[in-house]
Design a protein around this ligand. Sequence first.
Ligand code: COA
Length: 320
Amino acid sequence: MTFSRIAATGSYLPERVVTNHDLAERVDTSDEWIVTRSGISQRHFAADGERSSDLATAAARRALDAAGWDADSLDLIVVATTTPDMAFPSTACMVQAKLGVTNRCAAFDVQAVCSGFVYALASADAMIRTGVAKRALVIGAETLSRMLDWTDRGTCVLFGDGAGCVLLEAATEPGILGCHLHADGRHLDMLKAPGVLVGGKIDGNPFIEMDGGAVFKFAVEVLAETALETLQAHDMTGADLDWLVPHQANIRIIQATAKRLHLPMERVVTTVAQHGNTSAASIPLAFDVAVRDGRIQRGQTVLMEGIGAGFAWGSALVRY
Ligand SMILES: CC(C)(COP(=O)(O)OP(=O)(O)OC[C@H]1O[C@@H](n2cnc3c(N)ncnc32)[C@H](O)[C@@H]1OP(=O)(O)O)[C@@H](O)C(=O)NCCC(=O)NCCS
């Protein structure tokens, strides 16, 4: 049997740090309000001209360095993003070019908003297990700062830019133990950016619109549900987990999920205070931070879980 395992991780954050105090100079808000409601203290914003593919490529280079792999040894590149460089081609093809990959390996984007990384990981894992690929680069990369409505203080304070990735390789022992993915399109109005290009002009609001309270309630409910579903499929409970690496949207959502799994916060990786919500990038970013600072160790059991607009959500159980 062939399985996939994580060979290495990488991440990248743009240089520019924007604190809550910086935002308060531009928007009617306060550090106290943002920290209390979301747990966010600061976020990173991409520089003018810095695209999602630039962030993704920088994260990928760090992972390739950590693994000691040549970029041309990849045979699959998957990028989860809601903020592609262009309508087309895919951001994955841009990353392929920027990494100097000339071997014509497969490359495509996944759009599942903030749950995009879990969807991308599940897709790459399935492709490795079925022999389609042997070495995959799976990235979450976002420049959401470009989609913020600065007249909507309920959303513009929550998001940030960044990229994170993992390198997956074929293995005889499972590293990715299992994934569960879900979506329910009936909730599409809870969180969306409806604007589209029609005849060269944007038709509809191109910025993020959100019913924060409804998103909060839905996220708490289904994140615990999918986490338990994945644990139960492997005869595990929260007690068997070394780490939970959740999507970093809001510290209160993370705390509520941990509580339902009976998991102390000491075993939950949180980066929401420093990164804000980086959408598809948040899980691999947090994972990489915890690998590099020595918290996540080889052989440990880690549950990743994410949720985003659609609504789409899912979880992945990993032996690192
Ligand atoms: C957005 C969120 C932080 C708002 O928190 P909340 O406790 O629900 O706050 P409310 O929206 O009820 O707003 C409460 C008050 O704060 C005000 N407010 C909203 N944003 C504010 C801001 N940035 N600064 C100061 N006040 C703000 C509101 O206008 C409202 O004032 P009012 O009572 O006078 O009308 C919260 O709902 C949330 O985190 N939801 C989930 C969002 C999320 O994770 N999305 C991504 C999913 S992938």
